[in-house]
Write a protein that binds this ligand. Structure first.
Ligand code: AMP
Ligand code: GLY
Length: 425
């Protein structure tokens, strides 16, 4: 099998690391990749949104599977682009088509979907500039904190949670009338605030059946104790101790099964990963958001816990035979901690030499924002790399991760020292 992975983060390094271990892999390429993915296969310098260049590469290299990491090409219709072209129709895209990707691409679409199929989620209403006054009236009726969500993709920045009513009204106006998030906020969803602890649950589906992957919890804030600005994610833990059998049964019966059935009922052929962003409110799961892809950094702990051959699962998705495939997981805990450039998620410097990577054998280093400069690795992004370790429990896994993080250095490196702090029992 020849496989092309699209993306350049830690998620894509974890995916390519796993694909490279498959007995079925012949050639593995990553576009555009990072310095880590290039150790698992071959990086190719094609941006993820250049569909024509991707097509040409797939034909030249006789690619069998295109595995899509980030949401943007999915929401832009890369799966449809392949399905509609007789030259490349035979290539399986692991990732949903444009309509299906609306689960992530439009908050309003996903909220309507959840309402229609009785999937537990926060109460909400959607507004546009035409009914701004009704939006104000809706806010008047709600209790703080107020949750405002731009309908479209806004690079993870489109959600505002505000305590003050006037500020909420002002922000609503800015989103709708001043296009604070561009087109993405021409519709805004206002919803009830849910108080609880978040977790991420992933399934892979062929449109008929599904397999649940290990759940994970990520840490989005830059500062310890979950303080400060939101980031792409600073670390992750899997499994999540509070996601016990009772809770996961509710997730499957109240969230996953109705979602898969609902998609089928809508005539949406969803093939790929579904990421359920959940919140545990007094032991009941509520959906905060859907994503049409795997999470980052969750993938860096979820994929290492997958023992089965990932290409067999992809084959199951492509040929709609997922129900016949086995998925086996590693019982151990996996934890990862992200090492980031000082200043991230604000301004930061790049091109810093990274030292100490060679002496680490009992953790996995997944690269995110790195590139190779001759024999040395240098930083090339905000989230630079993460260190994933296994352990018989969270404490042991984190111990190893932190021990190895101390061996890695680059100028102005930063990482959170409290990943998993809220899960200790
Ligand atoms: P989203 O992009 O929808 O995942 O929202 C970003 C973050 O905002 C989530 O990860 C939550 O931490 C928070 N959030 C979103 N919606 C709610 C809600 N209804 N209640 C509480 N927190 C929320
Ligand atoms: N870690 C959250 C995300 O990938 O959206």
């Amino acid at each position: 099998m020849n496989v092309l992975v699209l993306g350049s983060g830690g998620r894509e390094h974890a995916l390519s690391w796993k694909i490279a271990q498959s007995s079925q892999i012949d050639k593995l390429f990553i576009a555009p990749g990072n310095a880590g993915t290039n150790q698992t296969g071959t990086n190719v310098d094609i941006p993820v949104d250049d569909f024509d260049a991707i097509k040409k590469f797939c034909l030249d290299e006789k690619i069998d599977y295109v595995v899509v990491g980030p949401e943007k090409p999915l929401v832009d219709g890369i799966a449809d682009f392949f399905a509609q072209d007789p030259d490349i129709r035979h290539i399986a895209v692991i990732g949903p088509n444009k309509k299906a990707a609306q689960l992530e691409g439009s908050k309003n679409f996903s909220k309507e979907f959840m309402k229609k199929y009785n999937i537990p989620t926060a109460k909400y209403q959607a507004f546009t500039a035409e009914n701004l006054e009704e939006g104000y009236a809706f806010l008047d009726k709600m209790k703080p904190p107020y949750v405002l969500k731009a309908d479209g993709l806004a690079a993870g920045k489109g959600v505002l949670i505000l305590d003050d009513l006037n500020e909420a009204k002002n922000e609503l106006r800015k989103m709708l009338e001043e296009e604070k998030f561009g087109d993405a906020s021409s519709t805004v969803v206002i919803e009830e605030f849910l108080d609880g602890i978040e977790l991420s649950v992933f399934v892979i589906t062929d449109g008929q059946s599904y397999k649940i992957l290990p759940e994970a919890k990520d840490y989005k804030r830059i500062g310890e104790g979950d303080t400060g600005l939101n980031t792409g994610g600073m670390g992750a833990v899997s499994p999540v101790p509070f996601a016990d059998t009772g809770f996961m049964d509710k997730v499957e019966n109240q969230v996953i099964i109705p979602t898969i059935k609902g998609l089928k009922n809508e005539g949406i052929d969803y093939r790929g990963f579904i990421f359920f962003g959940l919140i545990n409110v007094k032991k009941d799961p509520y959906v905060i958001e859907y994503n049409c892809r795997l999470g980052d950094p969750e993938t860096e702990v979820v994929i290492p816990r997958l023992k089965s051959d990932i290409l067999e699962l992809f084959e199951g998705v492509a040929t709609r035979t997922l129900s016949e495939r086995d998925v086996v997981f590693d019982d151990r805990t996996a934890t990862c901690v992200m090492m980031v450039s000082g200043g991230y998620p604000g301004q930061y410097e790049k091109e810093k030499n990274i030292n100490g990577l060679n002496g680490i054998f009992d953790s996995i280093i997944f690269h995110a924002g790195t590139k190779q400069d001759g024999p040395t690795y240098v930083t090339a992004g905000g989230r630079v790399l993460c260190v994933t370790s296994y352990g018989k429990n969270q404490e042991k896994a984190l111990e190893k991760t932190y021990e190895n993080l101390e061996k890695i250095e680059f100028e102005k490196a930063y990482y959170r020292k409290d990943i998993g702090f809220d899960l200790v029992e």
